[in-house]
Design a protein around this ligand. Structure first.
Ligand code: HEC
Ligand code: HEC
Length: 315
């Protein structure tokens, strides 16, 4: 019995002594409600995200205890570096929309708020209703603008040229990406495997797969995807026509992911390329532009870096 109390005393003393050391407390500064965002959405971000993504970090007593504080403060500093809502007003509206859309993705993937955090701070957990509120608000951030008939005409011409394959049918006329990946004009003859609507930035996207990719989808062998599979994604501006219908407007870009586990081992097993605008200008200044692609796609690492859940095509 004596021994046990001695050990307890020792542990208590040790914890007490530990409190004299510890990491530097992150700077605290209250943050106003985010402008342009309704009260109920502000409340969600405030209670679930602010602790790590703003300077208004409300630490509980147990967050401040050494050694827990080393982990907590590290999350706060890394969180702020990745996304800081204190700087909201200095961001362009398009960047704000992209951050919110990215946030929604992280929430839907159940990566944010960090599960290790909500396990202890249950108030930060998001309910299904919170998520719907967040999403419904995001849709209203980008009202579908009407455009004039001249723009409609230009866009329709572009789209019809695209469908007819009039634009850049030979890869000689398009420069390769900075990592040496060549443009693949043939993707327009591939199968569309999914369509997505990026409501945050007003684009509609079509995702295509080459024969190998389509076979893999049919055989349900897409994790990992087989070598030789290529996915292409085109983005078009959403165009609201005078009758209120939405159609594909101006061409924005085309992107590729080319599967070769060995050849592209250094870039997560995929070759990445993006060509922007109707003149198909290769994206990126250096071969390392791919780190940007991978940093976002890596949230789907468990799904072989692919976001699209393909429509399971029948023969
Ligand atoms: C306990 C701390 C914590 C909480 C709470 C939290 N996050 Fe995070 N978040 C992080 C950390 C740490 C990272 C950086 C991860 C990394 O470096 O890969 C991050 C990264 C992100 C990113 C990626 C930013 C980028 O550009 O890579 C987004 C988006 C994000 N969080 C959104 C949210 C949203 C929205 C909430 C609230 C619903 C939230 N987070 C709550 C800690 C947190
Ligand atoms: C900020 C996050 C983000 C970045 C950065 C990003 N992507 Fe994506 N990518 C997505 C999302 C989300 C999808 C799913 C389709 C959609 O909603 O647009 C996607 C889909 C794709 C697809 C279709 C296959 C799939 O995963 O669904 C290709 C191909 C692609 N991206 C290529 C690229 C390339 C090349 C780069 C870099 C030049 C890049 N992406 C950078 C978010 C990103």
């Amino acid at each position: 019995m004596k021994k046990v109390s001695l050990i307890l005393l020792l542990v208590a003393t040790l914890i007490g002594l530990l409190q004299f050391i510890g990491p530097e407390v992150p700077k605290y500064e209250p943050v106003n409600d985010l402008t342009g965002i309704p009260k109920e959405v502000n409340a969600i971000i405030r209670s679930s995200c602010f602790d790590c993504h703003s300077t208004q970090t409300e630490l509980r007593w147990y967050d401040k205890l050494t050694p827990a504080n080393y982990i907590v403060y590290d999350h706060v500093l890394k969180g702020r570096a990745a996304l800081d809502f204190s700087k909201w007003d200095s961001l362009e509206p398009a960047v704000q929309n992209a951050k919110l859309y990215y946030s929604l993705n992280k929430i839907l993937e159940e990566e944010m708020p960090l599960p290790s955090y909500t396990a202890i701070h249950s108030k930060a957990k998001l309910s299904g209703k919170d998520i719907t509120t967040f999403k419904d608000f995001l849709v209203t951030r980008t009202p579908r603008r009407k455009i004039d008939s001249l723009q409609i005409q230009v866009a329709s011409q572009q789209f019809s040229d695209f469908v007819k394959g009039k634009l850049y049918t030979s890869k000689q006329s398009v420069q390769p990406a900075p990592n040496g990946i060549e443009y693949i004009p043939d993707y327009r003859n591939w199968q569309v495997i999914s369509i997505s609507d990026r409501f945050d930035n007003g684009t509609v996207r079509m995702i295509y797969g080459n024969d190998i990719a389509v076979k893999a989808i049919q055989n349900h062998t897409t994790n990992p995807w087989p070598d030789g599979a290529i996915l292409a994604k085109t983005a078009w501006k959403q165009q609201t026509n005078n009758d209120g219908s939405i159609s594909a407007g101006e061409f924005v870009q085309v992107e590729f992911m080319i599967r070769d586990a060995q050849k592209y081992a250094h870039t997560a097993g995929w070759g990445w390329g993006r060509w922007r605008g109707i003149d198909l200008k290769p994206y990126g200044a250096r071969a390392t532009f791919t780190t940007e692609c991978i940093s976002c796609h890596k949230s789907l690492k468990e799904n072989d870096y692919v976001f699209t859940k393909p429509l399971y095509l029948k023969d």
